[in-house]
Design a protein around this ligand. Structure first.
Ligand code: SF4
Ligand code: F3S
Length: 435
């Protein structure tokens, strides 16, 4: 795969198709272990809540509800997976995110109930004891390897060493025997913030070559998505469908702008103009305050944080696109409007390509194509959009009905702006439509 957005891509994405890593189940199909059932029972979690969790995972994975029983069966009968968590150059925010997970209700227990046999930050063992635990996991093989933090490569990797070995060496060795690798957070995905420093920091995909890899971007990542990836793996023996950045489509396949509770204000031209103004107090759209939601994808508006109570935009701050490629560089200045940031549209482009890769656009040629296209055309006429130069095109100026694509053709993304030409100027007044 080519270098998308300057990233060295993981080997699994590209087509968006699922890949099949080595099976986690033993050859005999796996005798019922009941590991999750036991873990739930010991914490007083009823079967009803377990079934509710399985249903929530089905929904999070964007699977038909009819697949819930299959997920239940898998979680009840598969062997308890062994997980090793490596932490390199980072702030430990993803570990914090994992430790604080409690939504969906028992995702934390699924993560907790895994055989997390190595995690430097939280394990009791240290020194030689810890190194022996890691070697033991490596020698057993077929574990899930979770990696947090970037990997410094400058000066032969000396900026991050553990037990006298560089992060590069440890990662290569542990990835070699893993069944699958999950990179959590922006740093592990593409080098994140450390990439801007002198350590030559890169992401996991730049180091491990051809291993099955899932990138869970975000700063930090959301552990509900980690749980969902593991549930998918345990249920189907494969990784979920990925986009060209190696991110699961179920979590990174939709624009934040299209899932945002403030979208009606955007469409109506009601914007926050200054922090604390009337619009801010009334929950209006944060586009003019630098919100990158129209150019970013993630499921944070749905999954949310802190027991699912809120998310950045809900708390009154614009999205900084923390789950988008190289967001520290590409999406800053964080408080500038979209046309003034460097790589406006990169994530949208990613989404478009990723959706095309998994055949999403074929919906338009299906039996109900006419209805879908017509509905989306109607939606476009009702909604304001962001033009290529970052200005807002109000609903009233949206294309007339005759401009809708003919039936049977692929509909354009409902609100996806195209990447601007490098010389595209910002709008003269810098304003969207008036209220
Ligand atoms: Fe929500 Fe931001 Fe879009 Fe406004 S610009 S609707 S705050 S995502
Ligand atoms: Fe990150 Fe934006 Fe969501 S900053 S958590 S992608 S609202």
């Amino acid at each position: 795969m080519g270098d998308a957005g300057g990233l060295t891509a993981s080997p699994v994405p590209g087509s968006g198709a699922s890949v099949a890593p080595p099976p986690l189940l033993p050859p005999d199909g796996g005798a019922p272990q009941g590991w999750l059932a036991e873990a739930l029972l010991s914490r007083g979690i009823s079967r009803r809540r377990f079934l509710g969790f399985a249903s929530a995972m089905t929904s999070l994975l964007a699977l038909p509800s009819a697949m819930t029983p299959q997920i239940v069966r898998a979680l009840e009968t598969t062997k308890k997976p062994v997980v090793a968590w490596l932490e390199f150059q980072d702030c430990a925010g993803n570990t914090e995110s994992m430790l604080r997970t409690s939504h969906p209700p028992i995702a934390d227990i699924v993560l907790d109930a895994l055989s997390l046999e190595y995690h430097e930050t939280i394990m009791a063992g240290a020194g030689h004891q810890a190194e022996a635990a890691l070697k033991n996991i490596h020698d057993q093989g077929d574990y899930i390897l979770i990696v947090e933090g970037s990997i410094p490569t400058a000066e032969n990797g000396i900026y991050c060493t553990i037990g006298g070995r560089t992060a590069v060496d440890i990662l290569r060795e542990m990835a070699a025997n893993a069944a699958a690798v999950i990179a959590v957070g922006a740093c592990a995905w593409d080098g994140g913030f450390p990439r801007l420093g002198p350590t030559g920091a890169v992401g996991v995909g730049d180091i491990i070559g051809d291993k099955p890899l899932v990138n869970l971007g975000g700063c930090p990542h959301n552990s509900a998505n980690t749980a969902a990836v593991i549930v998918h793996y345990l249920t189907f023996g494969t990784l979920p469908a990925l986009d060209q950045y190696g991110r699961p489509m179920f979590a990174y396949g939709h624009l934040i702008h299209d899932q945002c509770e403030r979208r009606a204000h955007f469409d109506a031209g009601r914007y926050v103009e200054a922090w604390g103004d009337e619009g801010h107090r009334n929950g209006w759209c944060l586009y003019k305050m630098g919100c990158k939601g129209p150019a970013a994808t993630y499921n944070c508006p749905i999954v949310r944080w802190n027991d699912g109570t809120n998310w950045p935009i809900g708390a009154g701050h614009g999205c900084v696109a923390c789950a988008s490629p190289r967001f520290w560089e590409a999406m800053s200045p964080f408080y500038d409007r979209l046309p003034n940031v460097k790589m406006f549209g990169v994530d949208v482009d990613a989404q478009t390509i990723g959706l095309a890769a998994i055949g999403f656009v074929s919906v338009a040629t299906a039996v109900h194509a006419g209805g879908v296209v017509a509905r989306r055309a109607r939606e476009r006429r009702r909604m304001a959009t962001v033009a290529a130069d970052g200005t807002v095109v109000p609903a009233a100026a949206a294309p007339p009905a005759s401009a809708a694509p003919p039936e049977g053709t692929a509909p354009p993304a409902a609100s996806a702006p195209e990447p601007p030409a490098p010389s595209t100027p910002a709008s003269p007044d810098g304003d969207g439509p008036s209220a």
